[in-house]
Design a protein around this ligand. Sequence first.
Ligand code: CP
Length: 334
Amino acid sequence: MSHLKGRDLKGILDVNRDEIELILDVAKELKREQKIGRPHRLLEGKSLGGIFETPSTRTSISFETAMTHLGGHMIWLDSSRLWVGDAAEEDWRDTVKTMDRYLDGIAYRVGASRERLDKAAEYAEIPMINASCPMEHPCQAFADLLTMREKKGDTKGAKVAFMWGYRDANPPAGLTNSLMMMAGTMGFDISVACPEGYEPHPDYMKAAMARAEKSGGKVEVVRDYESAAKDADFINVYSWVSPEVWAKGVENHFQADPVFQAEKLKLKDKWCVDQKVVNMAKDDVMVMHPMPIARNQEVTNEVLDSDKCIIYDVAENRLHTEKAILALLLGGYR
Ligand code: CP
């Protein structure tokens, strides 16, 4: 029986190298089974709660599809279904402790507050999976790594240029922190290129660097695309803001602070990944993005529509990696 059974996955901070390898191995196996049409109903009769406090295309659909393929089902839970929100706030512990009596696991996309995820994990006995929060997006980091390995084999020593790109409406920094942790743990290099004020969280920087010392990976922050792109095997574009800025935006129905927006607008011309930036990397570089993308803002259509772009392969791998996470944590995989 896997020792991941019954565990939470709040972030890449929670898992070690062997556990990451196990999840990737199971993802590969389940992907192969799906491709040859062999059923893998490892979670027959099990129920996953999918709590989504903000919109989601990939995460929500891939988790729901994953549960269907595994023989279980996902129940979509948002503020229209639960006693949460301004009108009728049930104490969070009562909501979660009740769900704990019905469900076999929860995939939770958090809005403004990471604390709500930590509290939910504390109140529930069943596994709590972080489906993106302001600090981590572990499921996306798993899909990124599986895709990188499929494209280039072993990623040890490979280099990811993780590029901040300008966009009008920004997502939180979770993937930045999670992919740095993944690089530090698994021994690939990540060079985060971002303007001042958009740095990854210092605690995650520190933790990722500490893990990199053991794995042989490298984690750095640079201030220009050229330094990050040099010798890069992958360019991964993302456009994050700090947890504080993100939280303010969520609370204000995704309307960012006008002063912050005006300052950010000054970055627009410099921080867009175009073909010139792609040409700074290795000849066979591949371009990734977690999606949703603001086309022609953070990355140009020319790059996105070129044969170097692998965004849909990454999106597909959200399904296979989440199936592995669910099968291992909810106890269907032996
Ligand atoms: N990448 C990602 O998490 O996409 P969604 O926000 O659409 O779920």
